[in-house]
Ligand binder design. Structure first.
Ligand SMILES: [Zn+2]
Length: 315
């Protein structure tokens, strides 16, 4: 099986055979190395000694589409392009683009339907690599990689009624996070060129930067943070996960971790000497009950507010 000619100029990452795990560090901040295809590296890949991945950054993006609804929308509206069938039966649509951040796509009901890998935080496994399940990544449209601008992507997302993330306001972040941990957000994410205003700190996002110099905000009393570019945020755990590149800044928010990630993060924090309370199942239950009561209370209050609103407008 051949290495695809479309990926000759892309930045690549060597993976273990039959796996998605990189052999080396690959991200810029880790000083990691990526490579371009040479006759030797192509041979290693074509003879099944290594898998490889394609770096999604520096002008290359890949729409990762497992859901049929997303695939239909791509094939209906977007230019035909180099396309790969993944080991799990999904599709990777490659584009040259000026989009510089990862986009997580949701349908109208808020269900996750796919991702646009971009902005240098992600990679996709390339053909003819072998998926952990034994299937091979396979080229299914053997044509050139098409161009797709950021504006075209945004228009396409809108016209299909998709949302590019569960948008959150600064206020929601404050409400949703009961930052019980006694760990300052600023231990992990501290705004660059910070300006202080009481308990608030504004500045540049320390991980992905800022064009305005003011896209990152921390409230040191509430111990919350917010990114105005990604409309995301959270407390110290989310800050730690973003700083450690466990999640992308745009992913930070309520229930942004898998169970495994959350456990891993807590044990990493413990290793660094932070005092992490043990979460017993009893505490989980108490937390759920508490959250339910808060929700109920908020619902009652909003009903009351609505009623009051009507009263006022009647006058
Ligand atoms: Zn951000």
């Amino acid at each position: 099986m051949r290495f695809p000619w479309q990926l000759e100029d892309c930045e690549l990452i060597l993976l273990r055979y039959g796996s998605k795990r990189p052999v080396h560090k690959w991200q810029d901040h880790t000083g990691g190395k990526r490579f371009r295809a040479t006759s030797e590296t192509k041979k290693l890949i074509e003879t099944g000694q290594f898998n490889y991945a394609v770096y999604c950054g520096n002008g290359l993006i890949v729409i990762d589409a497992d859901e049929p609804v997303l695939r239909k929308a791509i094939e209906k509206d977007l230019p035909e392009t180099f396309t790969v069938k993944t080991g799990s039966g999904g599709r990777h649509y490659y584009f040259h683009s000026d989009l510089e951040r990862k986009v997580i796509l949701y349908n109208r009901d808020g269900n996750h339907i796919g991702e646009i890998q971009a902005g240098g935080q992600a990679y996709v496994v390339g053909p003819p690599s072998k998926h952990p399940n034994g299937n091979f990544y396979e080229v299914i449209n053997d044509i050139e990689i098409a161009d797709l601008s950021k504006e075209e992507i945004e228009a396409w997302i809108q016209s299909n009624g998709f949302r590019d993330k569960k948008r959150q306001t600064k206020r929601e972040i404050e409400r949703n996070f009961s930052n019980t941990l006694d760990i300052p957000v600023t231990d992990f994410l501290h705004p660059d060129n910070a300006r202080y205003r009481g308990s608030e700190v504004y500045g540049s996002h320390p991980i992905h930067g800022s064009t305005t110099g003011m896209n990152f905000w921390v409230n040191t009393v509430k111990n919350t943070w917010y990114c105005f570019r990604c409309e995301s945020g959270g407390g110290p755990i989310e800050a730690f996960a973003v700083a450690e590149r466990i999640i992308d800044c745009s992913e930070a928010g309520p229930s942004c971790f898998t169970k495994e990630q959350f456990k891993e993060i807590l044990s990493m924090l413990k290793e660094r000497g932070y005092d992490i309370p043990e979460f017993s199942s009893f505490e989980d239950k108490a937390k759920r009950e508490f959250n339910y009561l808060v929700k109920k209370l908020n619902f009652e209050l909003s009903k009351r507010r609505k009623r009051k609103g009507r009263f006022w407008s009647d006058k």
